[in-house]
Design a protein around this ligand. Structure first.
Ligand SMILES: C[S@@+](CC[C@H](N)C(=O)[O-])C[C@H]1O[C@@H](n2cnc3c(N)ncnc32)[C@H](O)[C@@H]1O
Length: 293
């Protein structure tokens, strides 16, 4: 039985990073006419009221999306456009999750597959995506579902893997499933989200990717403080395989400002690096950029 509900966390610093990255990828995919498929292995409920009792309990959004003002971030206009669609009164009340962000980008010829295993959240997700023929909501394990969908007919796709990691084996499972998925489709873009709660898990994950034989892997990480033990999630990151060519440049400009805006202590930092390049011999080119908030 899953206990994690994303409604407690919607709009926090991790959502901001993750959603900026996937929006950049969607914009890249739309540059070509040929259709693509979007597979969200861990979808959540799709839309979150930031004044619900869940969101209000920890007010994580107040340290995340609420700190970003659209006028100060013209380079994030696409992100703010999606937010505005769900907040027409110009007040931040609702936060769209990855499935509803995806729906802004899927054209009639594209397809979206949304997996969710929480019995209540999957029902909310169905309501939030109702009547959209491009979308299929699946009450199934997204790790299993993903492998059954690959390769996409068009060979173009974005796979978002965004577990809550409440089950610790998810750290191993995400890697194993990506290796299997990549064997079935080496042309899809894979975006894996991870939390930094215990840095050891992430160091191991990073090493596995570097030694995986998979090429073109970049990583974007945003830390609101230096790594701290027993302080919950102080940073989160996205590992992107087959990233669009412009993504790293854009993130290298955004991340220092995001650290300045969202950082909560002097140890706030970002990472914007290439874990493996075009050729495997260039791998492990890591640039760590500490940044004071
Ligand atoms: C971090 S939340 C997803 C947030 C969403 N991707 C977004 O960005 O708005 C993770 C979700 O995965 C669901 N989940 C956990 N294990 C799953 C599995 N094996 N397959 C599908 N969904 C799962 C949880 O119920 C939870 O709603």
């Amino acid at each position: 039985m899953l206990s994690y509900r994303h409604s407690y966390h919607a709009g926090n610093h991790a959502d901001v990073l993750k959603h900026i990255v996937i929006i950049e990828i969607f914009e890249h995919l739309l540059k070509k006419d040929s259709p693509f498929e979007y597979i969200d292995t861990h979808s959540g409920a799709g839309l979150y009221n930031l004044h619900s009792e869940y969101a209000e309990k920890r007010k994580e959004y107040s340290k995340g999306i609420a700190k970003l003002k659209s006028k100060a971030w013209p380079e994030l206009c696409s992100y703010f456009k999606v937010l505005a669609k769900h907040n027409p009164e110009d007040e931040l009340n609702d936060y769209p999750g990855s499935p509803l962000i995806a729906m802004e980008y899927l054209r009639n010829k594209d397809r979206g597959w949304f997996y969710e295993l929480h019995s209540k959240d999957v029902e909310i997700l169905k309501q939030n995506t109702a009547n959209n023929k491009r979308i299929k909501v699946m009450f199934q394990d997204g790790f299993v579902g993903l492998l059954s969908l690959l390769p996409p007919a068009s060979r173009r796709g974005l796979v978002l893997i965004d577990p809550s990691y409440e089950i610790k084996t998810d750290y191993e499972r995400v890697f194993e499933v990506i290796v299997k998925a990549y064997k079935k489709s080496a042309t899809c873009i894979y975006a894996l989200w991870y939390p930094v709660v215990d840095r050891n898990y992430i160091n191991q994950l990073e090493k596995k990717f570097i030694n995986s034989g998979i090429k073109k892997i970049q990583r974007f990480e945003l830390g609101i403080s230096a790594d701290l033990r027993n302080s919950g999630m102080t940073a989160s990151g996205m590992i992107v395989i087959n990233p669009p060519w412009q993504l790293r440049g854009k993130m290298s400009r955004l991340l220092p400002r995001l650290v300045e805006t969202l950082g909560e202590s002097k140890g706030a930092f970002f990472k914007c690096d290439e874990l493996v390049g075009e050729s495997l011999r260039n791998g492990n080119h890591i640039v760590k950029t500490p940044h004071s908030a």
